[in-house]
Ligand binder design. Structure first.
Ligand code: ADP
Ligand code: MG
Length: 500
C-alpha cells in the first residue's frame, strides 16, 4: 500500500515542499474529520489532466458515507465539478453530490489546500444530511471550529509549517476536547473532557473560565497561543492523574502577523497507561535483580564446592566435584546474562561465547591446545530454553575435550554451529578428535554427562539428539581435517522453539 507521499509523487507534478504539506495535512486531519463528523478525502490534479484521490479518513465521531476506500482511484474532471471549481477559484465551495447506493441527498464541501498562494490539492468533506448527528451544542461548536480550521487550510495556515509537536501520540477529539476563545477562556468542554477534569477534582462550571483559574496546568495553552503552533504536553495534574494534552491554536494572519483567535485542546486521561508503564518497568527491574541474586548464590555454591574439592584425596572424587562446579557455573552464567537483559529472553550467542571461555579456562595442559569456533547465532531464546541448553552445551564441549583429545595426544578443534528459524534451533558440535566407535549407541550410554544431555534435550526441551562418527563431508563443511588416526565426532541437536 503506497503512502500518501508516494501517491502524490506518482500522480502529480507537485514539488517536494508541496508534497510535504500534503503529508502534514494527512498527519493532522483525523482531528478535522472528528470535528465535522464526516469522511474527508484528498484530491489532487494529475499530470494528464484528471484527478486522483490520494487519501481518505473517516470520523471517529460520526457515520461514514463511503464504505469503499477510494485511495488511488482516478476520475475525469467533469465527474466532480465542485472539486475543480474549488481548485480554480481558491475558495471553499459547498454543493450536492451523488453517492452510489444512497438515494437521499449527500453534500460535499470542497476546501482548497493552499501553500504559499498556490492551491495544491482539494480537501473534501462528504456527508449525508439524513445520517448526520442530531445537532446539539457539541455538534454546533465542533462544526464551527471545523469551519475555522477549513479557512486556515484554504489560507495556507493549516497544517502548521515546519516541525511541530507530533500529532501521532496526541489524543483524538473523542477522548476529550475543550474549545478555547481568543482570551483562552473555555467556550465549550465535551462530556469526556468534563469527566477527565472531574477526576482531578474540578467540579466548577468550566465555561467562561481559563484553565489556570480552574487550577489546571496550562502551559501548553499559553505556549500554543504565544507561538501559534500546536503543543503537546503530558503532566501529572495530581499524584494520581496524568493528563496528555495537545493544544491546537486557530490562527489568523493579520497585518501584524499571526494571531491565535482561539484553540482546541484535546485531552486524555493516561493515568492508567502510565501506571502500567511504571509497573512494567519496575517488574523488569525486579526480574533482573532476581537473576543477579541467583547468579551470586550459584557462584557462592560453586566456590564452596571448589574448596571442598581441593581437600579431597581421591582423583575420582576430585573430578566429580570439578564437574559439578562447572555445571553450576554454567547455570550462573545464564543468569548473569539474563540479569543484563531487559526481558526474560536472551540472545543465545551472548551465552555461548562466555560458555566457551569457561570451558577454555578449565583446560590446563599446554600440550593439548584447543581451538573453539562458533558459526552462526541462535537467535533469542526464553530463559527456560537457554538454561538447559547451556548445560547441554557445556557437557558436549567438555566431552569433546576429555574424550576426543586424550591427554598426551595433542590438541584439536571444536566447532559449534548454531542455526535457527522461527520454529527450530539446531546446534551442531563437531570435533576432529579421536572419534567414537561406529557402533556407538547413544541410548545405551550410562555416563552422567550424556545422561544429563539426553534427559534435558528429549524430556525438558522436547527435542532430538544424534551422535555419530563424523563423515568427511561433515568435517569439510566446518573446515576441519582431522589428524592421522582421528575420525572426529558429530553431535546434532534440534530443539523446537514454539511451546505447545
Ligand atoms: N566428543 C567425543 N569424542 C569421543 N568420545 C566421546 C565424545 N563424547 C562422548 N564420548 C564417549 O561417550 C562416553 C560418555 O560420555 P559422558 O556421558 O559424558 O561420560 P563421561 O564424560 O563422564 O565419560 C565417554 O566416556 C566417551 O567414551
Ligand atoms: Mg562427560
Amino acid at each position: 500500500m503506497a503512502t500518501v507521499g508516494e501517491l502524490a509523487r506518482q500522480h502529480t507534478e507537485l514539488s517536494k515542499e508541496q508534497i510535504a504539506h500534503i503529508v502534514n495535512l494527512v498527519g493532522e486531519w483525523g482531528m478535522l474529520a472528528d470535528l465535522c463528523f464526516a469522511d474527508l478525502m484528498l484530491h489532487v490534479p494529475t499530470t494528464d489532466g484528471d484527478w486522483a484521490v490520494i487519501a481518505q479518513v473517516r470520523a471517529a465521531t460520526g457515520q461514514t458515507l463511503h464504505i469503499t476506500d477510494f485511495v488511488g482511484t482516478r476520475y475525469a474532471e467533469p465527474d466532480r465539478p465542485l472539486i475543480a471549481q474549488a481548485h480554480r477559484t481558491g475558495t471553499i465551495i459547498e454543493g450536492e453530490i451523488k453517492v452510489d447506493g444512497i438515494i437521499d441527498d449527500c453534500l460535499m464541501m470542497a476546501i482548497p489546500v493552499k501553500l504559499e498562494d498556490t492551491v495544491i490539492a482539494v480537501l473534501t468533506r462528504e456527508w449525508s444530511r439524513r445520517s448526520g448527528r442530531q445537532p446539539g451544542e457539541l455538534e454546533r461548536t465542533y462544526l464551527e471550529i471545523f469551519d475555522r480550521f477549513s479557512q486556515m487550510v484554504a489560507a495556507g495556515g493549516f497544517p502548521f509549517q515546519g516541525r511541530v509537536a507530533d500529532s501521532s501520540v496526541a489524543p483524538r477529539v473523542g477522548d476529550g476536547a475543550i474549545m478555547l476563545d481568543e482570551g483562552a477562556r473555555i467556550r465549550y468542554a465535551s462530556p469526556n473532557a468534563t469527566s477527565a477534569l472531574h477526576r482531578v477534582g474540578i467540579k466548577a462550571t468550566l465555561v467562561g473560565q481559563t484553565l489556570a483559574e480552574l487550577g489546571v496546568i496550562d502551559s501548553s495553552v499559553r505556549q500554543a497561543f504565544e507561538r501559534c503552533e500546536p503543543i503537546v504536553e503530558e503532566f501529572e495534574q495530581t499524584s494520581e492523574v496524568t493528563l496528555l494534552t495537545r493544544c491546537i491554536p486557530i490562527v489568523e494572519h493579520t497585518a501584524d502577523g499571526p494571531r491565535a483567535t482561539g484553540a482546541v485542546m484535546l485531552l486524555r486521561d493516561v493515568s492508567e497507561l502510565r501506571r502500567r508503564d511504571r509497573m512494567i518497568l519496575s517488574k523488569d527491574a525486579t526480574i533482573r535483580e532476581i537473576h543477579h541474586r541467583v547468579k551470586n548464590n550459584l557462584q557462592t555454591i560453586s566456590s564452596l564446592l571448589r574448596l571442598q574439592g581441593r581437600r579431597l584425596e581421591s582423583a575420582e572424587a576430585k573430578a566429580a566435584v570439578a564437574e559439578s562446579v562447572r555445571r553450576i557455573r554454567t547455570i550462573a552464567l545464564v543468569h548473569e546474562t539474563l540479569s543484563r537483559e531487559p526481558g526474560d529472553d536472551v540472545a543465545f550467542i551472548e551465552i555461548v561465547r562466555p560458555l566457551l571461555r569457561l570451558v577454555e579456562e578449565g583446560l590446563q595442559s599446554p600440550d593439548r591446545p584447543m581451538r573453539f569456533t562458533v558459526i552462526g547465532d541462535g537467535g533469542r531464546l526464553p530463559a527456560t530454553v537457554a538454561t538447559p541448553l547451556s548445560v547441554v552445551l557445556t557437557e558436549l564441549l567438555q566431552n569433546a575435550i576429555d574424550h576426543g583429545f586424550p591427554v598426551g595426544g595433542g590438541g584439536g578443534n571444536v566447532v559449534v554451529s548454531l542455526e535457527h528459524d522461527d520454529e527450530w534451533l539446531s546446534i551442531t558440535v563437531v570435533d576432529d578428535g579421536r572419534g567414537i566407535d561406529p557402533a556407538f549407541d547413544l541410548g545405551a550410554q550410562t555416563g552422567l554427562g550424556l545422561s544429563i544431555v539426553r534427559t534435558l534435550v528429549t524430556t525438558e526441551l522436547a527435542g532430538s539428539i544424534d551422535m555419530r562418527q563424523a563423515t568427511a563431508e561433515e568435517l569439510a563443511m566446518v573446515s576441519l581435517a582431522p589428524a592421522e588416526g582421528n575420525s572426529g565426532t558429530v553431535i546434532e541437536l534440534r530443539v523446537p522453539l514454539v511451546g505447545d
